[in-house]
Design a binder for this molecule. Structure first.
Ligand code: MG
Length: 467
């Protein structure tokens, strides 16, 4: 009898131990300015992305996946907090994103995915572009990450006037810039270890760090946030990829990112983690069309980065995780805003309940291919509400120039309405045909605007005093 009790206790202990190990690991690969049309599985006729294509074939390819904002800083805040960036003050009508002279960043009281998972015993690492504040009090270790390695803002910053020169050469698909034109630091935790960063090896070095983190934490659950600096201009590749595509520098760069994805997947397989890990591949916003052949393609969608057209906010997204994710194509809505709720549901973590959140739990879509709970999306840019989408219709009241989003916001004389299921390119304005639909969507926008009243004020506008 004693033996039986001991045996039962042993089994219980093992099952509890087993459960804690069963919690999935999460890897988010977040590209910078990668367009919807820049991946083979999403229709690129030119760019070879066999590793991402394989992920899409084995996992879930999402065709209507939205970023929370069409530019870098707010989009990153949206992903990590599960909140439209207007709520955290991480979007601005004065400055598009954070810059090296910015005084602020993501406030400490914001709760990130890393903090939610860390509370559940996860190991956490941020590798790559941060862009949520470069001062020590805003770096990743203040937001739930155990470690950080990367360029803390965009790779084109501190450019000493070279930015304009670069844009002039954007007609040349193989124009190659010099690394010292862009005086960006490479940071390890809180220390600058290199400046300017040798960007030719940046994708490779981010990848090495990511693989090391996976190997080091194979015995415990982990969250890896790998935010590539590429393909944001200026474009750089390692020697092995320069000229490899025989197409253009942009194509070389994406092929190196795809190689990186292959390295991550291989590391998971070698360490027997592939059945218990979810890898999300996506982008922070659409392609930067101003940079012509150095920017990517939004595929069938209108416009690109910085706009609230579909080309600015719909991004190529794959969820991979054999053993967890049920394979298929998901033609329903999802968003980076939803990763917080989804990861919390899969890990047993707690979504903050003391503030307004904007995410949905997609875990049943991933595991059972259930209907997506996301049935609507608000299009914010530069602290202004531009539009709103339900499952079928999207209304615009404001827009930005489709190519040069830096121009001031255009407030439309009258709202435009698109059937984004039938007309994915937003070509045919149906507002005159369906005035009652327009009114219903405008009413929803009014309610949403009331809901964000009293949010954290603009954190992007303030600059550090000049030295
Ligand atoms: Mg970006």
């Amino acid at each position: 009898m004693k033996k039986l009790i001991l045996f039962t206790l042993l089994i219980q202990c093992l099952s509890v131990f087993g459960q804690s190990n069963d919690r999935p690991n999460f890897v988010v690969v977040f590209c910078d300015d990668l367009g919807y049309g820049d991946i083979g599985a999403f229709g690129s006729p030119m760019i070879r992305t066999p590793n991402i294509d394989q992920m899409a074939a084995e996992g879930q390819k999402w065709t209507q996946f939205y970023v929370g904002d069409p530019v870098c800083t707010p989009s990153r805040a949206a992903l990590l907090t599960g909140r439209y960036p207007i709520r955290s003050g991480m979007t601005s009508s004065e400055r598009h994103v954070l810059f090296p002279d910015s005084a602020n960043g993501l406030k400490q009281e914001e709760v990130t995915i890393a903090e939610v998972l860390k509370a559940e015993g996860y190991a956490t690492a941020a590798v790559g572009k941060w862009h949520l504040g470069h001062l020590p009090e805003f770096l990743p270790q203040e937001q739930g990450f155990d470690s950080y390695f990367g360029i803390p803002y965009s790779n084109d910053m501190n450019n000493n006037g070279f930015f304009g020169e670069y844009s002039k050469n954007a007609d040349d698909p193989n124009y190659f810039s010099e690394i010292d034109y862009f005086d960006v630091p490479l940071i390890e935790n809180t220390t600058t270890i290199e400046r300017p960063t040798d960007q030719t090896t940046i994708t490779k070095r981010y990848t090495e760090r990511a693989v090391q983190f996976i190997e080091k934490n194979k015995e415990k659950p982990f969250f890896l946030y790998l935010a590539h600096s590429m393909p944001h201009i200026p474009l750089f590749t390692s020697k092995a990829f320069k000229g490899r595509s025989k197409a253009s520098l942009y194509v070389d760069v994406i092929e190196e990112v795809d190689w990186s994805v292959g390295q991550i997947i291989d590391a998971l397989k070698v360490n027997n983690l592939d059945k218990n890990t979810i890898v999300v591949f996506t982008s922070d916003n659409g392609p930067w069309l101003l940079f012509k052949t150095h920017g990517g393609s939004a595929g069938p969608f209108r416009a690109g980065k910085g706009t609230t057209f579909e080309g600015g906010q719909r991004v190529p997204t794959v969820f991979w995780g054999p053993g967890i994710v049920k394979s298929g194509v998901i033609n329903e809505m999802g968003s980076t805003l939803d990763l917080m709720n989804t990861f919390a549901a899969l890990s047993g973590g707690k979504v903050p309940d003391d503030r307004k959140m904007d995410g949905y739990d997609l875990s049943k879509v991933l595991t059972q291919k259930a209907d997506s709970p996301r049935k609507e999306f608000y299009y914010w840019a530069f602290a202004e509400l531009h539009g709103y989408r339900t499952e079928q219709y999207k209304v615009h009241i404001k827009q930005r120039d489709p190519i040069n989003y830096g121009q001031p916001t255009i407030t439309l004389d009258k709202p435009e309405l698109y059937d984004v299921r039938a007309d994915i390119s937003e070509k045919y304005d149906l507002a005159d045909n369906f005035p009652e639909v327009v009114q219903t969507l405008l009413d929803k926008m009014e309610v949403h605007l009331k809901d964000v009243e009293g949010s954290t004020p603009d954190q992007l506008a303030e600059r550090l005093p000049k030295e």
